[in-house]
Write a protein of this length. Structure first.
Length: 255
């Protein structure tokens, strides 16, 4: 099940940047920023007193969902807030490092089966597309996560077991077989080619993600994805994820 919050290591590192000993927000600037992002007045949220800046930063961040936590941290990483007093802003290198850590975290997906529908898939798809201009590698990570999440959701719904370390091609293979979408389950040549092409796309996504995605270390000459690579990956993943879910829903309604 997806976590309600981003991993603690991200909280801790973000707090060290934006509420560090010599960098980040002052107490008052921090309150002003988060109240603005929450669209609430400070007296509505009961800001705790007598805690240090790092703990206060993590407390504020904990008021958001995982998806909103990601959005807020990406906003801070990409913008320079000018502070005339006390603290400097974190370096570009440190903010880029946090962006890389964020890109390796799963995208937020619905936690209830009833809300896991085509609308939620399209929203996750849109958010992945939004990441392309600034983070093509993060968008590729999100594309694979989206497709994996849909496969796992469908398999969970129909009580098909899968290994915790099952990769995307394995998950897709299990899912397509259960939904009668495996090429071997059809005799019509046109359908076999289309469904075989979908399998090839999934394999390609897995390989592209491993080669160009941002969750693995790179050698001395890393290959960086261009926005057009990421756009292709995200759109393929989104299309297949939507197709899988609509097929599952149609099959489920008939049963």
């Amino acid at each position: 099940m997806p976590e309600k919050h981003l991993p603690y290591r991200l909280f801790d590192f973000a707090a060290s940047l934006f509420a560090g000993e010599t960098t980040g927000f002052s107490h008052s600037d921090m309150a002003a920023f988060f109240c603005h992002e929450l669209n609430k007045h400070s007296n509505e949220i009961g800001i705790p007193g007598n805690i240090n800046r790092p703990e206060k930063f993590k407390w504020f961040l904990g008021l958001f969902s995982a998806g909103e936590q990601r959005r807020v941290l990406e906003l801070l990483c990409r913008n320079r807030y000018k502070h005339p007093y006390s603290y400097s802003w974190p370096s570009q290198e440190d903010r880029d490092r946090l962006l890389q850590m964020l890109a390796g975290s799963p995208i937020e997906m619905p936690t209830e089966a009833a809300t896991f529908d085509t609308a939620s898939i399209r929203e996750a798809w849109r958010k992945s597309l939004d990441r392309i201009p600034g983070e093509p590698d993060g968008a590729i990570t999100a594309a694979r996560t989206l497709l994996e999440s849909v496969c796992k959701h469908i398999l969970d719904e129909i009580n098909v077991e899968y290994s915790d370390n099952a990769d995307l091609p394995k998950l897709y293979g299990l899912t397509s077989k259960e939904l009668n979408l495996a090429p071997s389950q059809h005799t019509e040549e046109a359908f076999r080619k289309i469904l075989g092409g979908a399998h090839s796309v999934v394999d390609g996504l897995a390989n592209l993600r491993n080669r160009l995605g941002d969750a693995h270390g790179h050698g001395k000459r890393p290959v960086k994805p261009l926005p057009r690579h990421a756009e292709l990956a995200v759109n393929m993943a989104g299309s297949i994820a939507s197709f899988l879910l609509t097929t599952f829903e149609a099959k489920h309604s008939k049963e």
